[in-house]
Design a protein around this ligand. Structure first.
Ligand code: PBG
Length: 332
């Protein structure tokens, strides 16, 4: 009697891994192609496509160029974009005034994209850090901390200008308390009942935003964001944040970053029936790119595995700088 006969293997899981067709037959998780969102950085100028060195393959676009990029995204099957505005540095002030300029960068980009591609879903990140001269996400109080309630006014005002420009979804990423309710009320008061809110409900004070801050020129000039963004050690607090945003009227809730917070994605998935999004952030993108460029990992396989892990954790929507590449590859 050989060893296998003696131990009598009753269950053989390998049977279901025997061929590509068998593996596909029993595969539990698939990435929702319709739920991949491409972030885009929009800057002033004409015909500008300026690569971001810490995010190979990602660029800042002027409004005309971003429309061209959106046509390419549309052609490969990207159905939603997330806009970040980068105003000129000399337009920034302590009150983020340019953020609610009806002719601001995000407002112009949204109008141009919706004109050219009405079916492409336009989501606008709603925050002040790219618009304040000090780089914090809101209006400062005399101690240098962000004044929560004064910041709500600016967010609500800005959300309205985004809605008027045709933005389908506003995505507040500032982590002020009460912002979802404030934005919802402002939108509804002006008749924008159809404009959706995707809240960055559990957004952590993360080192993985580094490359984004280079791209968006939004590094705080002093201090950090720990008095408003969450402590990475806290999982239960994420549920509290999510429940608050749901109560205040969020349509979609997000966990950010993604890779180091998949336990939080899973917990949020089990807490609410709302669609759950996760943001595969700039530093996570940069790490994968850097390792792949050094020949240390296979980029395609690593990206597939990473996005699959996010879906398996329970994310319906994945915001990722890889969206275009990933979908283009599925078509090829
Ligand atoms: C704005 C905002 C940030 C990101 C999205 N919205 C930066 C930050 O909070 O410092 C990060 C996105 C990324 O790293 O890809 N507040």
């Amino acid at each position: 009697m050989n060893l296998a006969e003696r131990t009598r293997i009753l269950t053989r899981p390998r049977r279901l891994r025997s061929s590509p067709a068998m593996r596909a037959l029993v595969r539990e998780t698939r990435i929702n192609h319709d739920g991949l969102v491409q972030p885009l950085f929009v800057a002033e100028g004409r015909d500008v496509v300026e690569p971001i060195s810490s995010m190979p393959g990602v660029s800042r676009y002027s409004v005309d160029a971003v429309v061209r990029e959106c046509r390419e995204l549309d052609a490969v099957g990207v159905r939603a974009v997330l806009l970040f505005g980068i105003p000129d540095n000399d337009a920034k002030d302590a009150h983020a005034t340019v953020n609610y300029d009806p002719n601001g960068i995000v407002q112009r980009a949204a109008r141009a994209i919706k004109d050219a591609l009405p079916h492409l879903l336009v989501i606008a990140d709603l925050c002040n850090c790219e618009y304040t001269d000090h780089g914090h996400c809101g209006i400062l109080d005399p101690t240098g901390d962000v004044d929560n309630d004064r910041t709500l006014e600016v967010l609500a005002k800005t959300a309205l200008t985004y809605a008027r420009a045709g933005v389908d979804v506003v995505a507040p990423s500032d982590m002020m308390d009460g912002r979802v309710a404030a934005i919802r009320a402002a939108l509804d008061d002006e008749g924008f009942t159809k404009t959706a809110i995707m809240s960055y409900a559990a957004k952590y004070a993360s080192a993985f935003y580094g490359p984004f801050r280079e791209a968006a020129e939004s590094t705080p000039s002093f201090g950090d964001r720990r008095t408003y963004q969450m402590d990475p050690a806290n999982g239960r607090e994420a549920i509290k944040e999510v429940l608050l945003d749901v109560e205040e009227g969020a349509d979609i809730v997000m966990v950010k970053p993604a890779m180091a917070y998949l336990d939080v994605v899973r917990a949020v998935r089990e807490t609410t029936d709302l669609p759950v999004a996760t943001y595969h952030v700039s530093g996570e993108y940069a790490m994968l790119k850097a390792a792949a460029r050094n020949g240390w990992i296979d980029e395609e396989r690593a990206v597939d595995e990473t996005l699959t892990a996010m879906a398996r954790a329970g994310a319906d929507i994945i915001i990722t700088y890889f969206a275009k590449d990933y979908l283009a590859r599925q078509r090829a």
